[in-house]
Design a binder for this molecule. Structure first.
Ligand code: ATP
Ligand code: MG
Length: 336
């Protein structure tokens, strides 16, 4: 009798800085739901990482752990196959971070393109909190703690995976080959723009449609969306590219040929924004109504949600404990 091959492991997760939005749905959640039966999935609620740029607001992070858990369960991440883990409850991750910090240089961290652009965006300059500056190292700890083989990411997150692979390479070379080098699983989904089209949709920029928004709120937000500013009258030809209304339809309208016909009509002129927006509201509602319903059900029973995340965190800790034991042994830190 042959043993079943163990499924490969995936690590995913989010910073609990706010409830999740339709950008997350298109960009990562739908993919996770599709992959959860094929891979052993660990979903990390990265509260420690969220604190690196929110350390003055710990209550906000604490509150959003539940919000993000509700979003996860509402979109169909299944606790029977996914392990949900609260990062701060695993001291093993903090320990790995400290040990890995020796394996990277400040100059190398400074060159990380993702961190570089975030430091600029947040206007930190040299006053960047040290914890924020080294978060790629703590991500390496997250990924390797669970022995993840695969990490689904967007294109912009590739430097993080590369940093992890470098740490793994150095560690395995210096001490003993105990760490798993992860592969990036690059998602194809485009970044959803914000309602104002000023940048990407983001939890913290007040430009998002949240999975938890009511039907009325969704309709109101769609009504107020940016569209082609040159499309003043319905008769005018309109721009589809760079128009967030069509970007959302691209992400969620299941009727692809209907959508192409609508785009042609809009480009030619004769199709008003009010009509397109009404269609978008219907499309979003078809997607969000079942999610909202499940979310409301789970929100009525937060005890069971607590239990799901508690069980997951305990299981995650067992896995991380195996890793830290191997790491300590490899480094000769196993004194007693
Ligand atoms: P914050 O405002 O706190 O930075 P955020 O909305 O930018 O929050 P993150 O937690 O930074 O969300 O993003 C986590 C992951 O979610 C990203 O790596 C990406 O995969 C996905 N994601 C976030 N925003 C979008 C978006 N607008 N479109 C598609 N995917 C997104
Ligand atoms: Mg972000």
């Amino acid at each position: 009798m042959s043993m079943p091959t163990p499924r490969k492991r995936i690590l995913t997760g989010d910073r609990p800085t706010g409830p999740l939005h339709i950008g997350h749905l298109a960009g990562s959640l739908q993919n996770r739901v599709a992959l959860q039966h094929q891979y052993e999935t660990f979903v990390l609620l990265a509260d420690v990482q969220a604190l690196t740029d929110n350390f003055e607001r710990p209550q906000k992070i604490r509150d959003n752990v539940l919000e993000v858990m509700l979003d996860y369960l509402a979109v169909g991440l299944n606790p029977d196959v996914c392990t949900f883990v609260i990062q701060s409850q695993l001291p093993e991750i903090a320990e790995l971070t400290v040990l890995y910090l020796n394996l990277v240089t400040v100059s190398h961290l400074r060159q990380n393109p993702t961190v570089k652009s975030e430091i600029a965006q947040k206007g930190y300059g040299d006053a960047v909190p040290a914890g924020f500056f080294v978060y790629p190292v703590s991500q390496a700890a997250d990924i390797t703690a669970f022995g993840a083989h695969l990490v689904p990411v967007g294109e912009d997150q590739l430097p993080m995976i590369e940093q992890t692979r470098e740490i793994v390479r150095r560690f395995n070379h210096l001490y003993a080959p105990v760490l798993t080098a992860p592969q990036a699983l690059v998602g194809q989904a485009a970044r959803l723009p914000g309602l104002d089209n000023a940048g990407k949709m983001s939890k913290s920029l007040n430009n998002a449609i949240f999975l938890s928004d009511s039907a009325d709120t969704v309709a109101r937000k769609v009504k107020g969306m940016y569209t082609d500013p040159g499309h003043l009258r319905a008769e005018d030809p309109g721009q589809v590219d760079g128009n967030p209304v069509f970007a959302y339809l691209d992400a969620f309208d299941p009727d692809r040929s209907g959508l192409e016909a609508m785009k042609d009509h809009y480009r030619q002129g004769g199709l008003g924004d009010v009509k397109v927006k009404r269609h978008l509201t219907d499309v979003l509602e078809a997607t969000l109504a079942p999610i909202r319903e499940r979310r409301t059900d789970f929100a009525r029973n937060t005890d069971s949600v607590q239990e799901i995340v508690r069980t997951g965190t305990l299981r995650g800790r067992e896995v991380a404990a195996e890793t830290i034991q191997a790491v300590r042994q490899a480094m000769g830190l196993d004194y007693f």
